[in-house]
Ligand binder design. Structure first.
Ligand SMILES: [Mg+2]
Length: 238
């Protein structure tokens, strides 16, 4: 592999993550709406609902209607999650409340080694674009988490109309950068990242981030020489 000119970075599980299990956050919101539910059960139900979800993408939807489509997509995931713990009917306003809570930076955190890694990559001339299977809340989230200034662009599946493993979000980033696939690498933490990169003809570096909740272990390390590639992974150089 040749040294890349740009890195396409996944967001969730790669740069940022939740500070606490999603089930705890859902249980807290539910409690505010009069429901007492077990966080661990909600966590399992969310995972199942999320894994069986259609892509977070709305081909053919006009930009003016995207937020409505995003809220509806999440409303369905939230309804499925609560149905999975024996709540067939969501309390009025709970889904909207959860959507808004996760638009706030408070539940999110930046993996501790990420700011340094982004700085060093930029110092070495690498251009950085985030490519995420998420919705338009990510733009403001990355800004409020202090990462946006390091990035040349942010591509979200909701706006592209396709989600990884479809290569379209990655090819949108290539268009933005005006670079061919051979000159970029993708860094992500999921099967979808690997499959999308393979379909786009882009080398993929896969991170191991067990659990999906912010962990202190640094696994995204920087290149140790000007010629070395970025070396993520637990055995990477430090
Ligand atoms: Mg991810």
């Amino acid at each position: 592999m040749t040294r890349p000119r740009a890195l396409l970075l996944d967001a969730m599980g790669t740069l940022i993550g939740l500070r606490r299990p999603v089930g705890e956050l859902y249980a807290e919101a539910a409690a505010d709406h009069g429901l007492t539910l077990e966080a661990a059960a909600l966590d399992r139900a969310f995972l199942q609902a999320y894994r069986s979800a259609p892509p977070l993408a709305f081909p053919g939807t006009a930009a003016a209607h995207l937020e409505q489509a995003e809220r509806h997509w999440w409303q369905q995931r939230i309804a499925t999650t609560f149905a999975g713990v024996g709540v067939p009917q969501l309390p009025m306003g709970l889904a909207a409340d959860l959507f808004d809570r996760f638009a706030d930076p408070e539940p999110w955190g930046v993996y501790p080694e990420v700011p340094t890694a982004l700085d060093r990559w930029r110092q070495r001339g690498l251009r950085l674009v985030v490519v995420s299977n998420f919705d338009r809340r990510l733009h403001r989230l990355l800004q409020r988490l202090g990462l946006r200034n390091a990035l040349e662009g942010v591509v979200v599946s909701s706006e592209v109309g396709a989600a990884k493993p479809d290569p379209a979000p990655l090819t949108r980033a290539l268009e933005l950068l005006e670079l061919p696939a051979a000159q970029v690498w993708h860094i992500g933490d999921s099967d979808a990242d690997e499959a999308a990169a393979a379909a786009a003809g882009i080398p993929c570096l896969r991170l191991a981030r067990p659990g999906g909740v912010l962990l202190p272990a640094p696994v995204l390390s920087e290149p140790d020489s000007a010629d070395a590639p970025p070396a993520p992974g637990p055995t990477g150089s430090s």
